[in-house]
Design a protein around this ligand. Sequence first.
Ligand SMILES: [Fe+2]
Ligand SMILES: [Fe+2]
Length: 235
Amino acid sequence: MTKVFNKKQKIGEIATIFPKATDVFMKYNIDFCCGGDRPLSEAIDEQNINEENLISELNEKYEIFRNEVSQEKDWTQESYTDLIDYIVNKHHSYMKEVLPITTDLVSKILQVHYEESGDVLSKVHSLFNSLRTEIEAHLIKEEEILFPRIKEYEKAPSKSLLDEAIKVMEETENEHDNAGDILKEIRKITNDYEVPSTGCFTFEKTYEKLQNIESDLFQHIHLENNILFERLKRN
Ligand SMILES: [Fe+2]
Ligand SMILES: [Fe+2]
């Protein structure tokens, strides 16, 4: 078997070569969107990850992936416009649908389980609401300002359009870091989304939704930070 990946490579680079590596990163709790710029060895050392298992898992999965006829697109080769449309249709739409539902769930469990879990759930409630507010404004900024600029640049490239797009892009990258930090904080205070024994079905469903939001957002930020923005910066 050819060993394609090693610990010296950057996390985002691995995920760009092999999009499904993000499943392995999720399993090991490795941050591949905001922490994508770091070499894999840093995550291995910091999080005490078994290096051999992780590297062989990545290489084995990649080998299987290469032997399959894959439907997955190589986003490093598609146009900016196609990638942007994909991000908006898949990830922005998902957020617009899931955030309001989860707001209701988070309020509901705070109310029902206040007595036993009030401390944790008050924090989850407050963190989630700031996350929602930030993401909503962020999606609008991307859809109204950033993405149209990039599409315009793709149609008629000019230095001034590129500079303008990169300036907005840098702001949105910082916003990605903030969202990632809030999600990490929620994961930490819920003890990796551990539902207490007193938790009901709604409690479980709420934690499940929050985890779905986390993994979808990480995929979404990965496509923006590591692929779209990286490509744009190379112009
Ligand atoms: Fe986005
Ligand atoms: Fe974004």
